[in-house]
Design a protein around this ligand. Structure first.
Ligand code: NOJ
Length: 539
């Protein structure tokens, strides 16, 4: 068994985690000061969103020096101290690896822009104009064309994200080898692995307008593995918006030596209109959601590995999106935690999720920080959408929802900073905060703590087969896990109405493993599950 197979990983978005010096921006010393808390929660690793040198056009996902720490976050000594201090608590640090693109302020790009003869020119993707215009119709995820004109040379460079994030050219062997060297620098420090930003895009073929799943993608990943990860006890998780169960097996099959697992997003895109963008909303259908999650559980059973997550720094808060963040906030947060952590795979918790932090509401675009939301707003306003509808979708889907400061206590600025936070603290911090959660044994925090502990002590959670029951039920999510003669049944009511559950498998002898409703016994002749009630029993 690999260590990451029964691990639970906690994602830190450093800008919003904990400030230690009063500048309103979270930092590495802030993280160090909260390691005891993470140890109490029980997590095995931290996925640390980027802390590298960066002009912050995309909050650190635009890196100008991979081997330097942004002064806002601290120094390389602070980083070494974090790795060391985390290790003392048996927590590994998984670094964010952003190698589909760099910042336009990275030295490689500064050199590349000097001219066609520069040795770094080919580290990026340059094309001539076609009929005095962009080379083709490729669009950027953040709006507009993916091509930007470089006035000096008259050529265009590719940027699948902002124009300050030029795409690296993975066809260049020297560039690849520089990336491997940089990865080894970090691995030699004893980190626990990498989360690989939009890694499915590195094999792009821009002339054919192919971005994800390019023909050489898996060759690159194998080469990357052989030059960096091979022989090291580390984990990798690729961010792959394009993944299907078939491609996920290519990435994560243990015999292929590519990645440990990927983040797939199929279950995260079901509340948008198919073929459109994340901003084109559609109501989530629970049957469809169960079907998709089940497909991934079944397909990757023996030939790959799943990651389990319901939110991250790019998505809305899980409780606001899949649960209910008002009347049933705590109950639904626990319910979602149970449903997700009981599946097979490696669970990820996004900072604040463990206390049921909620989405943010803005009333004006001036309150928005996120480049993706701002660009979409500007574009769609011109296209004739109303301000009201655009603010509504930003409130539902915008990335700032997840990026407000972690609510540590009821003190001013929620104990996040002694200064003015870079993004305002949510008004509900007096009620929803970690200090209060730790004092209340019934809080969401203790459900997460228990789920993590259960995973450590029960191989069935790690290895058990998954079987969906009552697939057609519109609001009950019921599944079985079975391993070496043992069976657990997970039952959840993902709705605001009570629901009746009749299952022959249940009997008074079933042993309660975890419940969010103080339920101690179950019967087969009809239970009524209260709104968002969830429990797990051993049959
Ligand atoms: C995915 C990251 O999670 C997101 O925050 C970022 O904007 C893009 N990749 C580009 O790096």
């Amino acid at each position: 068994m690999k260590w990451w197979q029964n691990a639970v990983i906690y994602q830190i978005y450093p800008r919003s985690f904990q400030d230690s010096n009063g500048d309103g921006i979270g930092d590495i010393q802030g993280i160090i000061s909260r390691l005891d808390y993470l140890e109490e929660l029980g997590v095995d690793a931290i996925w640390l969103s980027p802390v590298y040198q960066s002009p912050n056009d995309d909050n650190g996902y635009d890196i100008s020096d991979y081997q330097a720490i942004h002064p806002e976050y601290g120094t390389m000594e602070d980083m070494d101290e974090l790795i060391e201090e985390a290790k003392k608590r048996s927590i590994r640090i998984v670094m964010d690896l952003v190698v589909n693109h760099t910042s336009d302020e990275h030295n490689w790009f500064v050199e590349a822009k000097k001219g066609k003869e520069n040795p770094y020119r080919d580290y990026y993707v340059w094309r001539n104009s076609v009929d005095g215009k962009e080379p083709n119709n490729l669009g950027s995820t953040f709006g507009g064309s993916a091509w930007e004109l470089d006035e000096t040379s008259g050529q265009y460079y590719l940027h699948l994200f902002s124009k300050k994030q030029p795409d690296l050219n993975w066809e260049n062997e020297q560039m690849r080898s520089d990336i491997y060297e940089m990865m080894n620098y970090w691995l030699d420090k004893g980190i626990g692995g990498f989360r690989m930003d939009v890694i499915d895009l590195i094999g792009k073929k821009p002339d054919e307008e192919i971005t994800a799943d390019g023909p050489k993608l898996h060759d690159y990943l194998k080469e990357l593995h052989d030059n960096t990860l091979k022989g090291r006890d580390v984990m990798t998780v690729g961010e792959t918006w394009s993944a299907t169960p078939e491609t996920a097996k290519l990435y994560s099959h243990p015999d292929r030596n590519e990645l440990s697992m990927v983040f797939q997003f199929e279950h995260m895109m079901l509340d948008e209109q198919p073929g459109k963008t994340k901003w084109d909303l559609k109501a989530l259908d629970l049957q469809e959601w169960k079907e998709v999650l089940t497909k991934w559980q079944v397909e990757l059973k023996d030939d790959g590995w799943n990651s389990l997550f319901l939110n991250n720094h790019d998505t809305p808060r899980a409780v606001s999106r899949f649960g209910n963040d008002t009347e049933f906030r705590e109950k639904s947060a626990k319910c979602l935690a149970i449903v997700s952590h009981m599946m097979k795979g490696t669970p990820y918790i996004f900072q604040g999720e463990e206390i049921g932090m909620t989405n943010r509401k803005v009333k004006s675009i001036d309150e928005v920080d996120d480049i993706e939301s701002i660009n979409m707003y500007t574009e769609r306003l011109e296209e004739g959408y109303s301000e009201e509808e655009l603010l509504h979708v930003i409130n539902v889907k915008g990335r700032d929802n997840a990026r407000t400061p972690v609510q540590w206590s009821a003190e001013e600025q929620a104990g996040f900073t002694e200064g003015t936070p870079w993004l305002p603290v949510q008004p509900n911090y007096k009620e929803i905060n970690i200090e209060a959660a730790l004092k209340n044994t019934e809080s969401v925090f203790y459900t997460y703590q228990r789920l993590i502990e259960l995973r450590k002590n029960n191989p069935i959670m790690v290895w058990g087969d998954f079987e969906l029951l009552m697939a057609d039920h519109p609001s009950l999510f019921v599944y079985k896990r079975s391993y070496e003669g043992e069976t657990w049944l997970v039952c959840a009511n993902i709705s605001e109405e009570p629901e009746r559950l009749l299952l022959n498998e249940l009997s008074l002898k079933s042993e309660m493993i975890i419940s969010n409703a103080k339920r101690t016994t179950v019967t087969s002749d009809g239970l009524v599950l209260s709104p968002y009630e969830a429990f797990v029993v051993k049959l």
